[in-house]
Design a protein around this ligand. Structure first.
Ligand SMILES: C[S@@+](CC[C@H](N)C(=O)[O-])C[C@H]1O[C@@H](n2cnc3c(N)ncnc32)[C@H](O)[C@@H]1O
Length: 254
């Protein structure tokens, strides 16, 4: 570690010790600089070691089942927006991320997809032990999900490791990290928790991360929690909700 990195790390340690909030520090910075837009790859900022390095993916079955993950909406939106960066909130085994990736490839776009998920499952995955698709897929080992490794294996099997970057952390915390690093995206797909308050928090947290002209969209309009949260957010922000195939959309004006 260089001297200046050591110094930075020491200052941060001191700040944490004194109870400083990174968000407050960031807010102060944003007030003076007006906020920025980081255009590089996010992977090296997040991962010091390649998350796919030495991962023995062949021991995992070929299984990327999910929900609404092969919707034609993904290809249409990628073609229309030609995003330079995509953030996905709620990845599960990677189905939707792989669909997005395949359309990016068809268009020859070098776009990075950052997948935010705890890989610990949502509420509905923990409510019925007989549900093989949800509870079973968590793959509990000593009581802790191994779903993340199935996701990693699916990405490796598809050969898309360089494009898909995992961010294994709660969605709101990830949004704070993105904001702290001035990371925004042209397409943000919201498919994490489907509980109303959680969805609303995701919308509030991610809306400011959508670049002008970009789209925030999501799955499961038929779920009360999702619909009520999106309607509430749209009412408060004044932006209209539109629908495309099975997805809802909110557009950020240019
Ligand atoms: C419906 S699944 C995502 C499905 C996926 N998009 C697909 O194509 O199949 C929801 C995912 O959101 C994740 N999740 C739920 N709440 C979360 C939160 N607060 N932060 C991060 N991830 C969360 C769960 O672990 C789960 O993998």
């Amino acid at each position: 570690m260089s001297l200046s990195r050591q110094m930075q790390s020491w200052i941060k340690g001191l700040a944490y010790h004194c109870g400083f909030s990174l968000r407050r520090l960031r807010a102060a910075k944003a007030n003076t600089s007006g906020g920025g837009d980081y255009t590089g790859r996010v992977r090296p900022l997040l991962h010091k070691v390649d998350p796919y390095e030495n991962f023995d993916w062949q021991t995992f079955p070929d299984n990327s089942s999910g929900w609404g993950s092969d919707s034609p909406a993904f290809a249409e939106l990628v073609t229309e927006i030609r995003p330079a960066r995509i953030i996905e909130v709620g990845t599960w085994k990677g189905g939707s991320a792989l669909t997005l990736a395949s359309q990016l490839e068809k268009l020859g776009l070098d776009t990075e997809i950052i997948c935010v998920d705890t890989w610990l499952g949502a509420l509905e995955m923990w409510t019925d032990q007989a549900d093989e698709e949800r509870f079973g897929s968590l793959g509990l080992r000593h009581g802790y999900p191994t779903l993340y490794y199935q996701f990693l294996a699916n990405v490796c099997r598809s050969g898309r490791q360089s494009r898909i970057t995992p961010f294994p952390i709660p969605s709101v915390t990830a949004a704070q990290w993105f904001s702290l690093h001035d990371v925004r995206a042209d397409l943000i797909y919201i498919d994490g928790s489907h509980e109303e308050e959680d969805v609303y928090q995701d919308l509030v947290s991610y809306w400011d991360l959508v670049r002008p002209g970009g789209v925030l969209f999501g799955d499961d309009w038929s779920w009360d929690g999702v619909r009520l949260a999106v309607e509430r957010f749209a009412r408060e922000s004044g932006f209209p909700i539109t629908h495309r195939h099975d997805k809802w959309e909110l557009r950020r004006p240019v």
